[in-house]
Ligand binder design. Structure first.
Ligand SMILES: [Zn+2]
Length: 206
């Protein structure tokens, strides 16, 4: 049976999204047909608004509504305490944890030569400019490297660290890396040796 073209179009568009295969796309499209018409119109208008309004913060490259995101604009946060993350979803996760009082800097990915992602594709030069500007004041800066503990995340963290260290205009900066270790609910007995090694290295006073 040939599907109506409007339905085929929705299925085709949905199946381009990450994590949605052709079967799920079909199911979602049929679900939309059964939904109240207004709900479907609201969904499509919300997506259209997102497409026209979504932008990146000019200072930290987090998702923003205005030129600067709400975190950069928040005067209660310490701008000299900069957490470097891979993407905006990391900011959301870290904000949910609720204990960080500094600001973020979103790199926009990690260095991954196999996938053709090199340092120029990331916001590393912008990070150097930002730290350079912060260095004009004598107060200390802390950069927390919070890229994922994957091979690419580690490579990127090392690269950023080296860039900061080599930059003549960036001074009085302490570079730290988020601790890696056992996730909540994990069993020491079943943890892999690398995780245990890192958990031990990242231990704190109790
Ligand atoms: Zn921002």
């Amino acid at each position: 049976m040939k599907l109506p073209s409007y339905l085929e179009q929705v299925i085709e568009r949905l199946s381009r999204l990450p994590g949605i295969g052709p079967r799920s796309a079909e199911r979602l499209a049929y679900y939309c047909i059964r939904m109240p018409k207004q709900d479907v119109l609201d969904l499509s208008s919300a997506i259209a608004t997102l497409a026209t309004k979504a932008r990146l913060c000019e200072q930290c490259f987090n998702i923003s509504e205005d030129e600067r995101c709400s975190i950069c604009e928040d005067s209660t946060r310490n701008p000299r305490y900069v957490m470097v993350v891979e993407d905006p979803l990391d900011v959301i996760a870290l904000e949910k944890a609720g204990s960080f009082t500094g600001v973020y800097f979103v790199l926009g990915g990690v260095i991954d030569p196999i996938r053709g992602i090199h340092e120029e594709e990331l916001h590393i030069a912008d990070l150097m400019n930002r730290l350079n500007t912060l260095s004009r004041s004598d107060e200390p800066i802390e950069v927390i490297l919070a890229t994922n503990p994957s091979t690419e995340g580690e490579t990127t963290a090392l690269y950023v660290k080296q860039k900061i260290t080599d930059h003549p205009g960036i001074t009085n900066v302490k570079i730290t890396r988020i601790a890696r270790g056992l996730p909540t609910g994990a069993d020491v007995e079943y943890a892999d040796p690398l995780t245990l090694k890192r958990a031990l290295e990242g231990r704190g006073v109790y």
